[in-house]
Design a protein around this ligand. Structure first.
Ligand code: GLC
Ligand code: CA
Length: 581
């Protein structure tokens, strides 16, 4: 038996940048409702909606002030209820973002917690009196050094001093995102209650923000330093710890088991396939799926995300993807994705955007290359029209806290502005957060007002209005691909095999069913023409089977190519004997 989410195509919405309906320059829930038919037509079954809860927006909604309220800039709870109803009418499900590794420092829990040590909320957070101390030092005495050298993901120390209690609190992200103390059962039960509130509204599930970070090494040790850095990242002390699995099993028992149709997907940085398996093996009763990040790290420079990227090592990329395909096949379930609101756009990373033709073909080669493997595909807004990275000339146009903190720190450390801006252009999260490009009208039809972040200036040439009318457009290809994925079980159930693991640019894999059905995906992830001998199996499928997708269009579907054009894609299928289609 397969679950609905194993057959579903999911679309991720970053609500601030999707569609503004009241002219305040910020996308809103009504904007999403307005585009449900667009998404339904594209072949979408469910939406993962980034946070729309009440928030002071230090990290654009990932710092939640009230889990039971909709942020007024997005609308009201009535709008939310209408969104759920309108989605139900269209047989679509809503997946909410669950951000419970931390909340906002403006959440009532933290406001009470920080006021004194003797209230029930104090223990909702992770406190420490300072390096070497067991008890808070006396008021008026110097502030002790931080408890350890852990770095925040948004730069600087992961500890912030709270004078009222003479303690530090832990924040793996910004200082306005205090980490919640999952060792406290009262906190866990508050979270379960909140999850039930949303599930009872009729949502289809949760995407769980950095959920593998919820348990920390209780001894809070210093981590071995690198290159004389003052604050250091070492995920061993907070990622994938044994207690995380216990917490998720408890969450399953307390909440999820009562909603058997509910789908959960955990965001899992720093997670290998062996670690990942533990979260998704159905018998362990933890999560439905995870987002792993290994395939997105292949082009990272030595200093990680905010460093000059290195050239893609395509065989390494394919090896990573195969490892996840083979590792989870029959034992769990994969998610398939190439980007999200935290990533520069894959089209600008691995594709070629030099000409419009190459840009379109690259977008299609990426879609076929990644989204036809075994697993549930996630399309991030704008991918379906081939939206690209942006390169704003100055740092003032950027909004993202991670980007701004990188720039500030790099500049303080003497990195030339030109270099820092280059890295921002290539790696900033704002690359994915510029407004959705609906048309060539002012502000791309995203807003009548002043957009909260500038648009990508390429919107007159890249937008839904233009692309969806182009028979050779990216939108038409995504639409075909997503509908096709639901039209034959081979795309859900078929096993995966990589037929070109070592090739430097060719992607070629099969999906196979026991009845003999075989689907083949072939692509050239290079801006150059590449000579290549097509494997026999694919040759037969092309000659005798059905051509499902081709970019550029093939004049004669039965002619097996001798070489592949730049960014060419071909998808075909040969039905099996037993229930031949
Ligand atoms: C996740 C989110 C990201 C956010 C961070 C902290 O990685 O996707 O946008 O900044 O968690 O909540
Ligand atoms: Ca608005």
């Amino acid at each position: 038996m397969t679950h609905w989410w194993q057959r579903a195509n999911i679309y991720q919405i970053y609500p601030r940048s999707f569609l503004d309906t009241n002219g305040d320059g910020i996308g809103d829930l009504r904007g999403i409702i307005r585009k449900l038919d667009y998404l339904k037509d594209l072949g979408i079954d469910a939406i993962w909606l980034c946070p729309v809860y009440d928030s002071p927006n230090d990290d654009n909604g990932y710092d939640i002030r009230d889990y039971y309220r909709i942020h007024e800039e997005f609308g009201t709870m009535k709008d939310m209820d209408r969104l759920i109803t309108e989605m139900k009418k269209r047989d679509m499900k809503l997946v909410m973002d669950l951000v419970v590794n931390h909340c906002s420092d403006e959440h009532a829990w933290f406001q009470k917690a920080r006021a004194s040590r003797d209230n029930a909320f104090h223990d909702y957070f992770i406190w420490h009196p300072g390096r070497g101390l067991d008890e808070p030092s006396q008021p008026g005495t110097p502030i002790p050094p931080e408890p350890n050298n852990w770095a925040s993901h948004f730069r600087g120390s992961a500890w912030e001093w709270n004078e009222q209690t003479r303690e530090y609190y832990l924040h793996l992200f910004s200082r306005k995102q205090p980490d919640l103390n999952w060792e406290n059962p009262a906190l866990r039960h508050e979270i379960y209650k909140m999850m039930r509130f949303w599930l009872d509204k009729g949502i289809g599930g949760f995407r769980m923000d950095v959920i593998n970070y919820v348990s920390k090494d209780p001894s809070l040790p210093d981590v071995p330093g690198k290159d004389g850095q003052r604050y250091v990242h070492d995920s061993r002390y907070y990622a994938n710890r044994p207690r995380t699995h216990e917490h998720l099993q408890e969450m399953h028992q307390e909440v999820l088991s009562a909603y058997p149709d509910c789908m959960t997907i955990g965001e899992m940085h720093q997670t290998s396939v062996n670690e990942g398996l533990k979260y998704v093996q159905p018998e362990r009763r933890e999560l439905s799926m995870i987002f792993q990040f290994e395939h997105l790290a292949i082009d990272s420079g030595p200093q990680g995300k905010y460093d000059m990227p290195v050239a893609w090592d395509i065989p390494a990329l394919k090896e990573t993807l195969s490892t996840w395909q083979n590792g989870l096949s029959g034992a769990g379930w994969n998610s398939l994705y190439t980007g999200n609101h935290d990533q520069p756009r894959m089209l600008s990373r691995i594709g070629s955007t030099e000409t419009n033709e190459l840009r379109k073909r690259s977008a299609m080669a990426i879609a076929a290359g990644f989204l036809l493997m075994q697993g549930t595909p996630f399309v991030y807004q704008g991918e379906e029209i081939g939206m690209t990275n942006v390169a704003f000339p100055d740092i003032e146009s950027y909004r993202d806290i991670e980007t701004l903190n990188f720039f500030r720190e790099a500049s303080a450390q003497g990195m030339p502005e030109k270099t820092a801006m280059k890295i921002v252009h290539l790696r900033s999260r704002d690359n994915a957060r510029t407004p959705m490009q609906w048309s060539s009208d002012t502000h791309a039809g995203f807003t009548d007002g002043r957009p909260w972040i500038p648009l990508n200036p390429n919107y007159p040439d890249i937008n839904v209005h233009l692309d969806a009318r182009d028979p050779d457009g990216v939108h038409a290809f995504y639409r075909e691909l997503l509908h096709m994925r639901r039209s034959h079980p081979v795309w859900t159930e078929g096993t995966f095999e990589d037929l070109a693991p070592d090739h430097h640019s060719i992607v070629c894999y099969t999906r196979r069913m026991v009845d003999g059905t075989v689907a083949c995906v072939l692509g050239n992830l290079s801006a150059k023409e590449v000579a290549w001998t097509v494997p026999d199996e694919l040759r037969t499928a092309l000659r005798q089977g059905t051509l499902l997708l081709a970019s550029p269009a093939l004049e004669d579907a039965r002619v097996v190519p001798e070489s592949l054009l730049p960014m060419q894609t071909i998808v075909c299928m040969q039905a099996g004997q037993e229930n031949g289609a």
